[in-house]
Design a protein around this ligand. Structure first.
Ligand SMILES: [Zn+2]
Length: 856
């Protein structure tokens, strides 16, 4: 290292090549099987010389599995959005490979308390999952996987034989293939023959949105629990196929940092994680320390990072009887970068990741029986825990929203949670749950702790500093009616058959009408169905008044927002209309109603002007530098994946030069819009445009004079009369952060922005400090907070005061257009389905909202 530092003082150019042959990385005094291809034989460069692209990474993994079939089996878990394979290498001794399925089956019994007692742990290998670079621009992990695989395939001698005999290694070379490919292309295309170490250079400054994210700009390291994305879904099915004892998650941190390995901050461990988990994490940490000491690498532990949110790769295993390990290597980002610790070279970062993969395997081998016993005890302990828990079951379901209920069910099944059909009607928590459309999750089952993590609310914390969100109560997020059943409410007779697969609803079979159809707006995917009808040229109307009407001779109450499709006003004949209706009903699994008479039993008749034509949304979202890519990705994903509505992704510079008249709706998620021509945007709204602004964009639009929203001021955490210890600065300030908590907003169900909601309240997710005063127009704040709206999560006193009686959503008029300001994030991580209807209402019904109000 000293020689390198000398070279740096002269200039930013590093006059030595970054290329290192394998000797730089591999442990000494080990012989390697010469018939095994080295990485360079397949990827055409040394490890660390260039950033490996995902394509080449997969080529190597295939080549080595072919060359060493007695040690390695390659599986394809599935494909990413961009159709890249997610490969998993199963690496173990030839003997273990011969009875791999038997080993797997036996291993799974550890998590079955009814059968695990008879297992002989002495004879069982430990299962260890080595995972890399879930953030695509933290590449040292994936590049190190080339070395790990080579070593495990080619090393010879007693040591490796022992390791492979005692460990089944599941090696996942890339948790995020699309991100890795995007990032590697970026850094490689900016690499010079002479390495430039100046952090200002383009190599180290990716263009928006960067390689951290997957195709839809999501952070996959928050998706282990909601499992919204294909990458997580494919991986989870293999996780539960094997239920590993250890799972490693190789990341990178800031360039000036050294190397971090868990345990993290003790007070920030999720209370559902057993203390023994942290004990074992620390035991494994001794191996990482010893291995890093040996190569002279600096590291730290027990600081900064936490184990709280179960949606992360290093935390999800903790609630599954396993140990998740987070590694964070200081990032060279490109090939070599100037840092406070001298020049940080890419090969050095790779070496640390490789070394800690080896220390993990060594530790896992040595602590094998302890880890296996821990997993068995974790699931055994759950039986007694569930028996003494006050909540005996959770019941949920929405008979007017099968789409959302099914999405929730699918999520539970991915985590191997037992769900039963509800056998009889039950009333709880103000809801009535019906058999056929409601489901029940008994608390007494192996996934007891994970069930608590999914259903419980949290209002007390050991610490006020968080690395990520502080609450994620899933039924609240989904906006699903649910209730906890205690011993007095629960009995086994409520449990119907075990639910195994989401079925298509039989109600979607529909008859032809010559008069009209009704599409209920309560369904999650009703907007997708509406848009599809609009695209097909079908004229649609929305009910701005509720009504009761005969459906097959039975009177039925229809709510605000019901979509009416009259037959005879269409330009197509009734057969053609029927074909379209049938198609959308089947495709989106929605039951539409057949209407034969326009006469309502109460409320508006179908010919009333209270049924208003719905204009087809033509939507652009500002996407590019300054915009929060996560929030932008959430809206893009909602439109593209869930609703099948095309969305123009408009760069700020493109926005500034193009004609905006082809869009009737423009969306600004949180971000910095200083580059946007605000006069042009204002003129477009005045001309009749429908502008939707969210989170920080709410403040921007208010300041720019586009909306007339007043932002509340927040009191400071400490006033100038107080003297506080300097050492407490981070803690005092950190406690004021809004990392993400859940609030109950009151909803005005008669307002077009609340169409489709069935209860006069909705759970909102807030991870910002945008608090709005209620509008002076009493009809323009359809969602607002009362005095104490916190449902779950951490909230400081100051933020509590700010959210009190504030507005969640405000509509303001400007010229003939509208601005819809949403203070919170209605699309959070794509599992906040409780906000979906609000978002879709803003898109489809923003136009029909009357914002005129006179005080005279
Ligand atoms: Zn990371």
């Amino acid at each position: 290292m000293r020689k390198l530092l000398g070279a740096v003082c002269l200039s930013f150019v590093l006059f030595i090549s970054s290329a290192q042959d394998l000797d730089y990385y591999l442990p000494d005094s080990i012989t390697y099987n010469p018939s095994i291809p080295k990485p360079k034989d397949i990827i055409h460069h040394e490890v660390g010389e260039w950033h490996v692209t995902h394509d080449r990474l997969v080529n190597y993994m295939k080549a080595i599995a072919t060359a060493a079939p007695e040690r390695i089996k390659l599986e394809t878990m599935g494909f990413t959005y961009e159709q890249r394979p997610q490969v998993l290498l199963i690496i173990t001794s030839p003997k273990n490979h011969q009875r791999l399925e038997e080993i797997r089956q036996q291993h799974l019994l550890l998590s079955d308390p009814s059968k695990s007692g008879s297992l002989n742990i002495e004879n069982m290998p430990i299962v260890t999952w080595i995972g890399h670079s879930i953030h695509g621009n933290e590449p040292s992990g994936s590049n190190a996987s080339l070395l790990s695989v080579y070593y495990l395939a080619a090393a010879q001698g007693k040591k490796i034989d022992d390791l492979l005999e005692n460990v089944v290694i599941l090696l996942d070379p890339s948790f995020n293939p699309d991100g890795l490919q995007r990032f590697s292309t970026w850094v490689n295309q900016h690499k010079g023959k002479n390495l430039v170490t100046d952090a200002n250079s383009r190599e180290f400054n990716e263009v928006w949105p960067g390689g951290r994210f997957n195709h839809y700009w999501f952070d996959l390291n928050r998706d282990w629990l909601p499992a919204v994305h294909v990458e997580s879904q494919n991986r989870l099915s293999w996780f539960h196929k094997w239920k590993p004892n250890v799972l490693t998650d190789h990341h990178e941190q800031g360039s000036n940092a050294t190397f971090f390995f868990q345990p993290g901050v003790p007070s920030r461990v999720n209370p559902l994680t057993p203390a023994k988990n942290q004990e074992l994490t620390a035991k494994l940490g001794k191996y990482h320390a010893a291995f890093l000491d040996r190569i002279g690498s600096m590291y730290f532990t027990k600081e900064n990072y936490d184990d709280f949110y179960y949606g992360k790769g290093s935390t999800y295993p903790d609630v599954n009887g396993a140990i998740g390990i987070l590694f964070e290597q200081g990032s060279s980002r490109g090939h070599a970068q100037q840092t406070t610790n001298g020049i940080l070279r890419f090969p050095f970062t790779i070496k640390n990741q490789f070394i800690t993969a080896l220390s993990t395997l060594e530790g896992a081998k040595a602590l094998r029986t302890e880890f296996l016993n821990f997993q068995r005890d974790f699931y055994k302990g759950v039986v007694a825990e569930a028996a003494s828990a006050p909540v005996k079951a959770y019941v949920f379901g929405d008979d007017n929203d099968l789409g959302k209920t099914n999405t929730f069910l699918t999520m539970l099944l991915r985590h191997q949670i037992d769900v039963h059909n509800l056998k009889s009607i039950i009333k709880a928590d103000g809801y009535e749950f019906k058999n056929g459309t409601a489901y029940i999750v008994p608390a007494a089952q192996p996934q007891h702790r994970l069930i608590k993590a999914i259903f419980e609310k949290t209002l007390s914390y050991k610490d006020s500093l968080f690395y990520d969100i502080t609450s994620w109560t899933m039924p609240l997020a989904f906006g699903l009616p649910y209730a906890e059943l205690n011993a007095a409410q629960f009995n086994a007779n409520l449990l119907g058959d075990k639910f195994t697969d989401v079925q298509k609803s039989t109600q979607t079979a529909i008859a032809k009408s010559d008069y009209a159809y009704l599409l209920p707006w309560t369904e999650l995917l009703a907007p997708a169905a509406l848009y599809e009808l609009q695209t097909a040229g079908v004229i649609t109307k929305v009910a701005t008044n509720p009504f009761e009407i005969n459906i097959n001779g039975v009177p039925k109450k229809m709510a605000y927002g019901t979509i009416l499709i009259p037959v005879k006003i269409q330009s197509m004949n009734s057969n053609e209309v029927f074909e379209k209706i049938k198609m959308v009903a089947e495709k989106h699994n929605i039951a539409l109603h057949v209407i034969t008479s326009g006469s309502a039993l109460s409320g508006s008749d179908l010919g009333s002007s209270r049924f208003v034509n719905v204009e087809m949304p033509k939507v652009a979202m500002i996407a590019g530098a300054g915009v929060n890519p996560l929030d932008a990705g959430e809206f893009w994903h909602l439109m593209d994946q869930r609703m099948n509505i095309p969305l123009t992704l408009l760069e700020p510079s493109v926005f500034n030069r193009v004609d905006l008249n082809k869009y009737n709706t423009i969306v600004l998620v949180s971000g910095n819009y200083n580059e946007l021509n605000k006069d042009k945007l204002k003129a477009w709204v005045q001309g009749g445009g429908n502008l939707i602004v969210m989170e920080e964009a709410v403040s921007w639009a208010a300041t720019a004079g586009i909306s007339n929203v007043t932002i509340k001021k927040i009191r400071s955490a400490a006033d100038s009369t107080q003297m506080l210890a300097y050492a407490n600065k981070d803690e005092v300030q950190g406690a004021q952060a809004m990392r993400g908590a859940i609030f109950r907003a009151e909803a005005d169900l008669t307002h077009p922005l609340a169409y489709g909601y069935q209860y006069p309240f909705v759970s909102m997710f807030k991870a910002n400090k945008v608090f709005m005063e209620k509008s002076k127009n009493p009809f323009a704040t359809p969602f607002y907070y009362k005095g104490d709206p916190l449902q779950s999560g951490w909230l400081s006193k100051q933020n509590k005061d700010a959210v009190k009686n504030s507005a969640a959503v405000i509509v303001s008029g400007l010229g003939s257009g509208k601005v819809i300001s949403i203070a919170d994030n209605p699309n959070f991580r794509a599992f906040w389905l409780g906000g979906t209807k609000l978002m879709m209402n803003a898109l489809f019904f923003g136009k029909i909202i009357d914002t005129n109000f006179s005080t005279e």
